[in-house]
Write a protein that binds this ligand. Structure first.
Ligand SMILES: C[S@@+](CC[C@H](N)C(=O)[O-])C[C@H]1O[C@@H](n2cnc3c(N)ncnc32)[C@H](O)[C@@H]1O
Length: 349
């Protein structure tokens, strides 16, 4: 076959649009308009106005409050430990210019290149913005590899992104069935399905209670262990079957808590957070600021304790007094912001 001359590339093969029944698409794969915001601005605006997150994107939470606490200045060095869609990063980057830079870390090798391309397209070149496929537990190593002794501001927005939750193929979704995976980095570690197959009932009961305060942990654990649940919906059905006397809303809440507990275990989230909290003071420049957004009590408790201990030990000069919550407007506009809690600390000079 002859090659096409560079100036006349072969046209891209025509791809059929996914067909769906009803007025609006329901499945992630059908939401091709939401996943192409450049081309379908109106569709995306409608989804946002309805208080929803367009498929394949993530709405940054408490941006105003985070900018106020981190106070980014021109020329400073920032680290976003949880780059995600780059929503917070792109706002912070504006304040770092001229002369500043932001390092964006994320464990997810699938979303990271897309976010890099999106932030580049906004005009941030490699001198001001770099991405690093790394767990934030390795923040100190990332700084050292980049010949930095510390950062002026550090942000961590914990948990998973909307891109990860909403894509059934990632296996986090309670709403749409997909393989029971839940790994932020699908190239490492074991999936939630593999974990359930191997774990003992006693260990699972402890994990459900510790990671999600699950009141039905002892009933659920024996029913969910030693089995092969290949899909998220198979696991949800097993949870419902085991708790027939609960009404549908309480069953749904239980399913969410079990999914949260498994996700935390699969990604070793508490241990990564504890390592980050331990290393933070040494990763901040004198006077540097850190802000952490948490989404459940297990995370918030750890952040609160670490900041209080850092203040007592003189590592931090100041920490937040009252936890900061999203405004009522934000909670209405973006219900995913509702559980968020923001805490900050400032390193001593
Ligand atoms: C809530 S999202 C961040 C959204 C981001 N602030 C934005 O505005 O687009 C959390 C992100 O952190 C990543 N993540 C979670 N735990 C991590 C860890 N221990 N190390 C690195 N990345 C992590 C997830 O893969 C996900 O992309």
């Amino acid at each position: 076959m002859s090659e096409q001359p560079a100036s006349n590339p072969a046209p891209a093969p025509h791809q059929r649009r996914p067909r769906y029944s009803g007025k609006n698409p329901r499945r992630f794969e059908e939401k091709y308009k939401e996943r192409n915001p450049q081309r379908y601005r109106e569709t995306v605006a409608k989804v946002l106005a309805a208080g929803k997150t367009p498929a394949g994107s993530h709405r940054p939470i408490m941006v105003t409050e985070i900018l106020a606490t981190l106070a980014p200045q021109a020329g400073e060095t920032a680290v976003d430990c949880t780059l995600g869609y780059g929503g917070h990063a792109q706002e912070i980057l504006l304040y770092l210019q001229p002369g500043g830079r932001l390092l964006g870390l994320d464990a997810d090798p699938l979303e990271l290149p897309k976010t890099e391309a999106r932030v580049r397209a906004l005009g941030f070149g490699p001198e001001s913005f770099t991405t690093h496929r790394s767990n934030f537990a390795g923040l100190a190593q990332v700084l050292a590899q980049n010949e930095l002794t510390g950062a002026d501001l550090i942000l961590a927005d914990l948990g998973v992104s909307s891109m990860q939750i909403d894509d059934p193929a990632r296996g986090f979704s309670v709403k749409h069935s997909g393989p029971l995976d839940m790994r932020m980095n699908p190239q490492r570690g074991q999936s939630a399905a593999a974990l359930l197959e191997k774990i003992s009932p006693t260990t699972l009961a402890t994990l459900l209670a510790t990671n999600a305060d699950e009141p039905n942990a002892d009933t659920l654990a024996p029913a969910l262990t030693g089995k092969k649940f290949t899909t998220t919906s198979a696991l949800a059905t097993a949870i419902r079957t085991e708790l027939p006397r609960l009404n549908k809303d309480t069953q749904d809440l239980t399913i969410r808590r079990v999914f949260q507990a498994l996700r935390i275990a699969v990604n070793d989230e508490f241990s990564a957070l504890e390592t980050l909290l331990r290393n933070l003071p040494a990763c901040l420049n004198p006077g540097g600021r850190v802000a952490i957004l948490t989404f459940h009590s297990g995370e918030d408790r750890r952040v609160k304790k670490a900041f209080e201990a850092g203040l007592r030990d003189g590592l931090y000069a100041d920490i937040v007094q009252e936890v900061i919550r999203p405004t009522a407007e934000e909670r209405n506009a973006n219900p995913r912001s509702a559980p968020a809690k923001l805490r900050w600390a400032r390193r001593s000079v």
